[in-house]
Ligand binder design. Structure first.
Ligand SMILES: [Zn+2]
Length: 176
């Protein structure tokens, strides 16, 4: 686990990669700065995972867990890439394409999020709400915990008690 955290940078990212290896997630999407990429690429090669890079960079506002970012050219001196990792190259490519087109509905489905939540996020995104949080979450799906690297799920639930999200969290949580 310690080695993996050195490679991926956070507990949440490591957990997602383990879910991917156990076929609990079809694709994971994570942000990496260029200097972090080499280790991640090596890990993917070793584990027969495909890795696709966004055709742009994201300049994050504020801290690491920020949800707001500005797209820049991939040649920009700053910013991180979105990286799509999967056992299936086509699925990684498609997730990349959906996000490039800002099609958050299909991106969500590609990442294995519940359909209700993918739809919810797309609607919120269109309203400019990039981090649509609720109050009084069921503890397993409290996405606010991402700020302390403790979240189990990696999507914004459509409601504080979204049953599909709770199911997903249960299936993931029981694995680790
Ligand atoms: Zn939902």
């Amino acid at each position: 686990m310690k080695d993996l955290i050195q490679t991926f940078g956070s507990k949440t990212k490591v957990r997602e990669i383990l879910y991917l290896l156990k076929d609990l997630k079809p694709v994971v999407r994570q942000g990496f700065y260029p200097h972090e990429l080499e280790k991640v690429k090596q890990f993917c090669e070793k584990n027969n995972l495909f890795l696709e890079l966004s055709p742009y960079k994201i300049l994050m506002e504020g801290s690491n867990y920020s949800d707001k970012g500005t797209r820049m050219s991939k040649d920009h001196s700053q910013g991180m890439f979105f990286v799509y990792i999967s056992k299936n190259q086509k699925q990684a490519l498609l997730a990349n394409l959906h996000e490039t087109k800002q099609d958050h509905y299909n991106l969500g489905l590609a990442l294995g999020y519940p359909e209700c939540c993918a739809k919810f996020y797309q609607e919120q995104f269109k309203k400019g709400n990039l981090a649509p949080e609720h109050q009084n979450y069921h503890p397993l799906i409290d996405i606010r915990k991402r700020k302390t690297d403790q979240a189990i799920i990696s999507h914004f639930p459509c409601s504080p008690n979204c049953q599909k999200s709770i199911q997903l969290a249960l299936s993931l949580d029981s694995e680790l």
